[in-house]
Design a binder for this molecule. Structure first.
Ligand SMILES: [Mn+2]
Length: 455
């Protein structure tokens, strides 16, 4: 297990946090003024019932606008940001002897906000002050209790879009949190690599091992761990963990799992293969090729580049790999133009990363036809953090359609059938775009250098 309580790290993050908040105050004031508001109330969120027929609640996933300012997972908090004033934080006084929110990861927020408590969240209304006040949150009833119900929807949309834009370029504090989240994820990926090499662990075993190695409860992970053995890797978001595993001649493991730091999440994928025989060897070659392609794509990132152009380039490189391993025949350009690569690589090259695993602000432009699932269509800019995650899979449904169509003759189906039991490959890192040389910092490889075949 890795230590998640590190006093030196906390001091470092707290120092950056004060600058982060000062920066947010300035940029929020500009956004409020530009959109004709005097203040905005950010609601942390309300507890949501697991079922309307039950009396149990999900753990709180705070509203990301709130988390942008505060790493607190407390229900019914209100942060009032008013132009030209120190932000005011209202916390709900915890009076329940049944439960209590998790303790704050830091107390640095006490130094940068005016902090007070209310016994009843509706009381925040008494302290809102005058002028045009917007509310951002997901609980319409709470906004209505503050007299801000009418502003909770369409009227605040332009302001909300401007606030999303503030999350596209990460502050040094946010980058430090994302780097730390990647450091924490490393322990999980390394533990799974070893366990997979040494024994025939089930997906559930591996998932639980990842949680233990990263000191995370299941609901604390930035997204549900994807732990897929063999053909399950062809389900891109496989989270229905199998409970059994038998020895087999060739085996693969795809792990797409992260960790968090103060609300910011890492998003990391590695693929491993073991065994002997032709299928294991061919699949190991495929993993090594995707790994090398992923490194080339990361190296190509620089400010001014269109992310969608890089996505298109990843399809050309995927076609070359498919040809080299004997899956696709003919010219690379033909395989891309006729949609063959899209059957093996149906998702986008990556997405913006931050408080949300698929973060906001980078998919405002519609992707070109054929790039339907691309979640980043923006030009690369200094301060962005995004993933680079190409993959090659053997997905039954997509391959059936390919096999039935006119492009079937471009594919060597014997090779496809031999590799289908191993599911697929994905390699994913988190990149920060910098103003320096090199123009990117790979937040993942600082800690987790490699993937691929296992001896
Ligand atoms: Mn991802």
């Amino acid at each position: 297990m890795i230590p998640v309580l590190d006093a030196e790290l906390d001091r470092h993050l707290d120092g950056l946090y004060a600058e982060h908040v000062a920066d947010l105050e300035r940029r929020y004031s500009q956004a409020l003024e530009a959109h004709g508001w005097d203040a905005v109330v950010l609601h942390s969120g309300s507890l949501v019932k697991r079922s309307a027929f039950d009396d149990q609640y999900w753990p709180l996933r705070p509203v990301p606008h709130w988390q942008h300012w505060l790493p607190l997972a407390e229900p019914d908090g209100a942060l009032v940001v008013r132009i030209g004033q120190r932000p005011k934080l209202w916390r709900l006084a915890a009076r329940s002897f049944w439960e209590r929110p998790p303790p704050p990861p830091t107390r640095a927020f006490l130094d940068v906000f005016d902090v007070d408590e209310v016994a009843d969240p509706a009381d925040v209304k008494l302290h809102l002050g005058g002028g045009r006040v917007a509310c951002i949150g997901e609980d319409r009833a709470r906004a209505a209790s503050w007299g801000l119900g009418a502003t909770a929807a369409s009227a605040t949309a332009p302001l909300a879009a401007a606030l999303d834009e503030l999350r596209v370029h990460k502050t040094p504090y946010e980058v430090a949190c994302l780097a730390e989240a990647n450091r924490r994820a490393r322990a999980g990926h390394e533990a799974l690599r070893s366990a997979f090499r040494e024994r025939d662990a089930s997906e559930l075993d591996l998932h639980l091992l990842y949680l233990g190695a990263t000191s995370q409860d299941d609901w604390e992970t930035p997204y549900k761990n994807i732990v897929a053995l063999d053909e399950n890797a062809a389900t891109l978001h496989h989270v229905a963990y199998g409970r059994r595993s038998e020895p087999r001649e060739a085996a693969s493991l795809l792990v797409d799992a992260g960790a968090t730091c103060r609300g910011y999440g890492a998003d990391v994928t590695r693929t491993w293969v073991k065994g002997s025989g032709a299928a294991a060897n061919a699949f190991a070659e495929l993993v090594a090729s995707v790994e090398a392609m992923q490194a080339r794509l990361c190296a190509a990132v620089r400010p001014g580049l269109s992310y969608e152009d890089l996505h298109d380039e990843s399809h050309r490189q995927t076609a070359a790999i498919l040809r080299d391993v004997g899956i696709v025949r003919g010219a690379v350009d033909e395989a891309v133009a006729r949609g063959v690569t899209r059957a093996f690589y149906p998702h986008g090259l990556g997405h913006s990363l931050g408080l949300q695993t698929h973060d906001v602000g980078c998919a405002l432009r519609q992707a070109r036809p054929g790039n339907a699932f691309l979640r980043n269509t923006r030009d690369v800019e200094v301060g962005q953090v995004f993933t680079i995650e190409p993959g090659i899979y053997f997905i039954e449904d997509l391959l059936e359609r390919l096999r039935a169509g006119p492009e079937a003759s471009l594919v060597d189906w014997k090779t496809v059938d031999a590799l289908t039991p191993l599911g697929g490959v994905r390699i994913e890192d988190d990149l920060q775009v910098t103003a320096g040389n090199p123009p990117t910092r790979n937040l993942t490889r600082e800690h987790l250098p490699t993937g691929g075949g296992l001896p």
